[in-house]
Design a protein around this ligand. Structure first.
Ligand SMILES: Cc1cc2nc3c(=O)[nH]c(=O)nc-3n(C[C@H](O)[C@H](O)[C@H](O)COP(=O)(O)OP(=O)(O)OC[C@H]3O[C@@H](n4cnc5c(N)ncnc54)[C@H](O)[C@@H]3O)c2cc1C
Length: 753
């Protein structure tokens, strides 16, 4: 017997038995979710020794000239047509002109290949479009998002038969068909696989002929675009009690296309999601018959619906809500900086108060960070990968950060943002935030269950191999495969422990970094944290095994570390891609200092809560020998970030590039105008301030300013008065809001209280 055989028999065999009990077991749906999608940069982070060149060699996402023309043309025009207040409070819908414009310009076909009449945009271009529209109206953005994410366009492209693609994709791209996707039902929300909607294989009549098909019964809710949809992508559990297809009774979750004009389909009623007016509502079907070829992918895809959904979600989830979140953060940054400059209290701009700067610094850094992560994710998607784990990270963490940025923006604007009306440019965004938090996998679930749960299995170099070996039917084969993966895992574990020890005990000094100028130290710190993360993940999996799935608070913290590592590497990549802009250094520093502090905090929480105290103590000695010493961004850095928002600069432009800055005469346009005048008149106002003169005419008379300056200052004061004004309504107008969906807005008056 050679050494390997002895190892297998004496050591691996008992460990194999233990692992069968300890390692996470997988349900069929979990197995399918794990098989869907690809891993990418997060797998590199999971090694504990990320290869920074892989990150830095990733091409920077760019628009083609065609995509750029679409941004400057149709997207710009669409934005100028959107009046969010009117959409929300007067029409309760996008106007017919906007619907037509969206259809005619193929906004619904951004992901559809050109050969089917779509725009075939890159993930980055798709994201840029969503981002810009989101800066004017969440309702319009969500309307455009849905046909370009789950579907069912993406499902058809990935899994449809040739006939289905030929028929449906051109119609979807041209907007002749409005799609929606129905997964969620009253009983089955987060646990969508527990749906009770059914399909039964049977014979039925279709266009006068008897064919094999499915009789469907469903009740879905919360379905975006359902009230106006002409075709419903439906997920249901398929049964074959008469064995018309084969021997099995239960065929599993299946996805089919259901034209909504079929007898038995009931749609049209609307939900009101956080007062956002995108079309959303329930859909029901009673004994609706469809032929078998309406199953997406035909008979070959019967029962494979869950895997199809997970795979399709991996693409859309990485684009839609992260783009909306990045837009929300950038919009918050732009408007809050401008408002904090022109709004004065106690005789100075509120943006000069440290308390306000604390919030503005955070908003600015979040805007930098979110856009960095959005771009990196798009680059990954554009390399052809379906990023399952990264999409989950982006969905949960981008929307959470959006929530914080919008909250901070609301607090800085105070009453101005609380009072609703056409003059409030933040209130609707604030109301839209919970939609982002809830849809496409609610955040608590995604953070606690999915990110580390899937990440550990998918992105870990050996765990999935070990689990697959345990599932092998042939015991000899299973033991051989497990032996190979397990000992490679042990080897890696020892290397990781050594690496984590050296990097952490040297405070990151002995830690790899590419030559990245002032950012080099951050790479070293991330390499240090990555080593600690890899070690702690292994120990957590080793000591908790399958129980880690139920220990959600521990799993969430490990997921937070992985997510932070992803976001921070994205910030470093952005800094590099943008040519290491010196003026952006405070933004990068803020992101890194805040992110590293979060990582260290999560490490400390894990050490305090891991049930195996010996392992916790050992990991603490290796990873955090001197405790969690990172303190977050210094006040000076926070103030520098806040200042970026308060004055025109290339840095501010980079941060808020690609937003739509308001319709002519709209509230944002007024704010932008007042901000420009503030900059233009700043010297003259300073001169008046020094001379203690309030009246511009008097200042002209005393020679402190010119007549032209006085004119501009008068304009500026008028512009400021318009910006700080809020709306008020008569009681009758408000009663109309309640009863008729709000026509009052059109007659809203502006008052200056
Ligand atoms: C505006 C809007 C649009 C939508 N559009 C669509 C659509 O087009 N198509 C579609 O099919 N669906 C759609 N949905 C449904 C959406 O995906 C679900 O709302 C979501 O999956 C959560 O389900 P639920 O609301 O029933 O919450 P529940 O499942 O009841 O969950 C409640 C809370 O418990 C948490 N939770 C649940 N399980 C766990 C767990 N194991 N661990 C930790 N936390 C957990 C959740 O995170 C959540 O915070 C939409 C929903 C909304 C509100």
């Amino acid at each position: 017997m050679d050494w390997q055989e002895i190892r297998k028999k004496r050591l691996t065999k008992p460990i194999f038995g233990w692992a069968q009990r300890a390692l996470p077991t997988m349900s069929a749906t979990e197995q399918e979710a794990l098989e869907a999608g690809d891993v990418w940069w997060e797998a590199n982070l999971f090694t504990g020794d990320p290869d920074w060149q892989v990150l830095l060699n990733t091409p920077k996402p760019e628009l083609t000239s065609e995509e750029r023309a679409f941004m400057d043309g149709p997207v710009e025009e669409l934005c100028s047509m959107l009046d969010d207040w009117k959409i929300t409070w007067e029409d309760g819908n996008l106007s017919p002109e906007v619907w037509d414009f969206i259809r005619q310009n193929r906004f619904f076909g951004m992901i559809v290949p050109k050969k089917y009449g779509g725009l075939e945009f890159s993930a980055f271009a798709h994201s840029e479009v969503i981002r810009k529209i989101s800066s004017c109206s969440a309702t319009a953005a969500v309307t455009v998002m849905v046909p370009n994410s789950l579907g069912p366009g993406e499902l058809l492209m990935q899994f449809g038969t040739d006939e289905q693609r030929e028929y449906w994709l051109p119609r979807l791209a041209r907007g002749e068909e409005i799609p929606c996707f129905g997964l969620t039902s009253p009983e089955a929300g987060s646990d969508a696989a527990s749906m009770v909607d059914t399909g039964v294989i049977c014979r039925g009549t279709w266009k006068g002929e008897e064919v094999l098909g499915i009789r469907l019964n469903w009740h879905k809710r919360y379905i975006t675009l359902s009230p106006v949809a002409t075709v419903l992508g439906l997920a249901f559990k398929l049964r074959d009690p008469e064995h018309l297809l084969g021997d099995e009774d239960e065929l599993g979750i299946t996805v089919a296309l259901v034209p909504t004009d079929l007898p038995g389909v009931v749609t049209g009623r609307r939900h009101l999601p956080s007062f956002q007016m995108f079309q959303n509502g329930p859909t029901k079907g009673e004994d609706v018959f469809i032929p078998l070829d309406h199953v997406i992918g035909g008979e070959a895809q019967v029962g494979k619906g869950w895997k199809m959904l997970m795979s399709a979600l991996a693409a859309g989830r990485g684009i839609s809500l992260p783009s909306l979140s990045a837009a929300a953060a950038a919009f918050s940054a732009r408007t809050t900086g401008a408002y904090a400059r022109i709004r004065e209290q106690f005789g100075i701009s509120i943006g000069k108060f440290e308390g306000v700067q604390e919030r503005m610094g955070a908003i600015a850094a979040t805007a930098y960070q979110l856009d960095a992560a959005r771009r990196l994710t798009c680059a990954g998607l554009d390399s052809g990968r379906k990023l399952a784990v990264i999409s989950a990270i982006m969905k949960a963490h981008a929307t959470e950060r959006m929530r914080q940025a919008v909250n901070d923006a609301m607090d800085v604007h105070a009453g101005k943002a609380v009072i609703d009306g056409p003059n409030n440019y933040l209130g609707n965004l604030y109301r839209a935030v919970p939609v982002g938090i809830t849809v496409e996998g609610a955040n608590i679930l995604t953070r606690n269950l999915i990110i580390f749960g899937q990440g550990a299995i998918r992105a870990h170099p050996y765990l999935l191999k070990e689990m697959e070996a345990l599932e092998e039917d042939d015991r000899e084969e299973a033991l051989a495969k497990f032996d190979e993966a397990f000992w490679a895992h042990v080897g890696r574990g020892l290397k990781t422990a050594g690496r984590a020890f050296i990097r952490n005990w040297s405070g990151g000094l002995i830690s790899p970094s590419p030559k990245a100028g002032k950012a080099s130290r951050y790479y070293r710190q991330l390499s240090r944290r990555a080593a600690g993360f890899a070690l702690l993940s292994d120990f957590a999996l080793l000591t908790l095994g399958g129980a880690l799935k139920r220990k959600e608070m521990l799993s969430a913290r490990l997921g937070d570390i992985l997510s932070e590592l992803y976001f921070l590497s994205a910030a470093l990549k952005r800094w590099e891609d943008e040519g290491r802009q010196k003026e952006d250094l405070p933004l990068l520093a803020y992101c890194m200092d805040a992110g590293l502090a979060t990582i260290d905090q999560r490490f400390a929480e894990l050490f305090a809560n891991l049930p195996n105290r010996l392992v916790a103590a050992l990991c603490k000695v290796i990873i955090q020998p001197f405790g969690a010493r990172t303190r977050g961004p210094k006040d000076k850095i926070t103030m520098e970030c806040a200042e970026i928002l308060m004055a025109p600069s290339a840095s501010r432009d980079r941060l808020t590039d690609g937003l739509h800055l308001g319709r002519e005469g709209g509230a944002v346009a007024k704010l932008e105008g007042a901000f420009s005048l503030s900059v233009l008149t700043s010297k003259a106002r300073e001169a008046m301030h020094k001379a203690r003169i309030e009246d511009p005419e008097a200042a002209v008379a005393s020679g402190d300013i010119t007549a032209a300056d006085a004119h501009k200052i008068t304009d500026y004061r008028k512009a400021v008065a318009e910006v700080i004004a809020v709306d008020d309504f008569s009681p009758e107008e408000l009663a109309l809001h309640g009863t008729q969906g709000g026509r009052a807005a059109g007659q809203a008056q502006t008052a200056n209280f």
